[in-house]
Design a protein around this ligand. Structure first.
Ligand code: GDP
Ligand code: IMO
Ligand code: MG
Length: 425
């Protein structure tokens, strides 16, 4: 039986992970966020109401599920508290079923400030970040100096770490950017105040997960962002700063061999927010059509998402590096009614496929497309594969052929019930 299931997006994020996790949650006992932070925006439509989660696992809507924020996540306490306030209002008290690892690195105000200053600077490469201090916090984590949640409960350690941090950051703010400094005493007070509010949620995630594993509970590890934004295997430098591919063991504290099944999620087309190469991007009416029909606006920053055809070349390769066992295809309904649908299946470039994948430098990649006929019978809201138009089935089967893995699930609309299950895992 598959007890430890990893789920990740295979594109540049926003594949519909929130909706899919919410659907799968019916059969789960626990859900774990293991990387990223509140740069994520996962949208659910529950009983007609739209809910967006940034830090909390999307499965938290289900009252029987234990939720975890594990050590690989970078945590903004401001963001956490405002999300908790909203969640408590909609879901009732969640204090007894949310545990946050004491080993998480904290996003401090200086991380957010530096992230935003860099993005605004005319002299630096703009990544198009969410401005949430994600990359700067991971820099401190890897640099072995971040303030972790456990430090909040050791006042002298906290003072020491924040003093050292502000020595460094204030000097950059003043001398590199000519901007105001952050006050040390105010920052210490803020951390101590937030420490009290956070206390009921702090726990030992490794131990809790081991207990759940021992009692054969079903656990979902919920990736944020998407494989193409992975800091190591994505379209560097236009990526986020965490490892979502292979990130579960280090981000949670389980063994790589614990993972029984990996679900990869892909939209039926492609979107991207922020800067960076996007070989199948459409700048014509079709791009506008996908954006409008798919409602492609960032769930975290409200930025319009760039749109294009499905990139089968990247999908195939991301499936391979991520160890995906089965695919979930989302937003197929957005393609309803189109006369022709394209899928990129190769690039023409001076570089070989292997060279492209090695550097993921896609600036010069020219997509080659195969064209498929559209379908007239709507897929929107369908719950049975047999009911789909033959052309829609051919599209699904072409994706299986290109990616090399089965499509086990199809999402035909934003609501929980708009789902086709082809293989029960
Ligand atoms: P995530 O970050 O991967 O969770 O995705 P987002 O929530 O940022 O973006 C996905 C958007 O598509 C949200 O507005 C969802 O409500 C919506 N959505 C998810 N699945 C489907 C689907 O199958 N069809 C349609 N039309 N919308 C969907
Ligand atoms: P979900 O989980 C889409 C993108 C940003 C930017 C790059 C780096 O909703 O799929 P960061 O703030 O992480 O340093 O920004 O990564 N990005 C996302 N794009 N969906 C997301 O999350 C994203 N999280 C980060 O737009 O290009
Ligand atoms: Mg999103």
């Amino acid at each position: 039986m598959n007890l430890n299931i990893s789920l990740l997006g295979l594109q540049w994020g926003d594949e519909g992970k929130g909706k899919v996790v919410d659907y799968l949650a019916n059969d789960l006992d626990a859900a774990v966020r293991y990387q990223g932070g509140h740069n994520a925006g996962h949208t659910l439509i529950v009983n007609g109401k739209k809910i967006v989660f940034h830090l909390l696992p999307s499965a938290i809507c289900h009252k029987n599920i234990k939720c975890f924020i594990a050590r690989g996540v970078v945590v903004s306490l401001d963001a956490l508290f405002s999300e908790l306030a909203e969640a408590n209002e909609v879901l009732g008290d969640i204090e007894d079923r949310l545990i946050i690892s004491s080993a998480c690195s904290l996003i401090q105000p200086y991380h957010i400030k530096l992230d935003q200053l860099r993005e605004q600077s005319a002299n630096l490469t703009k990544i198009g970040t969410t401005g949430r201090g994600i990359g700067t916090t991971y820099e401190d984590k890897v640099g072995r100096r971040s303030v972790r949640i456990s430090d909040l409960y050791d006042e002298s350690k906290l003072n020491d770490k924040l003093t050292q941090a502000l020595d460094f950051y204030n000097s950059i703010f003043e001398h590199s950017f000519g901007t105001s400094k952050i006050d040390l005493n105010e920052l210490i007070d803020l951390n101590l105040k937030q420490a009290e509010q956070l206390k009921p949620y702090v726990g030992n995630v490794i131990e809790e997960i081991r207990e759940l594993q021992k009692s054969k509970k079903k656990i979902l590890y919920e990736g944020a962002q998407g494989a193409l934004l992975d800091v190591s295997l994505g379209t560097y430098p236009f990526v986020t700063s965490s490892n979502l591919i292979g990130g579960v063991p280090a981000g949670v504290g389980i063994s790589p061999s614990d993972i029984d099944y990996t679900i990869g999620i892909t939209k039926a087309y492609t979107t991207r927010v922020g800067e960076g190469p996007f070989p199948t991007e459409l700048f014509d009416d079709m791009g506008t059509y996908l954006a409008e029909t798919g409602g492609e606006v960032g769930a975290t920053t409200g930025r319009p998402r760039r749109c294009g055809w499905l990139d089968g070349f990247l999908l195939k390769n991301m499936v391979k590096v991520s160890g995906v066992d089965g695919l979930c295809l989302t937003k197929i309904d957005v393609l309803d009614g189109l006369e022709k649908i394209k899928i990129c299946n190769a690039y023409s470039s001076d570089l070989t496929e292997a060279e492209m994948i090695e550097t993921m430098d896609l600036e010069l990649a020219q997509p080659e497309y195969l064209e498929m006929p559209g379908w007239s019978k709507l897929t929107a809201g369908q719950t049975s594969y047999e009911e789909l138009d033959d052309n829609a089935k051919s599209f699904v089967e072409k994706i299986e052929e290109i990616s090399g893995v089965p499509v086990i699930m199809i999402s035909t609309g934003p609501k929980r019930e708009d789902t086709i299950i082809r293989k029960d895992i």
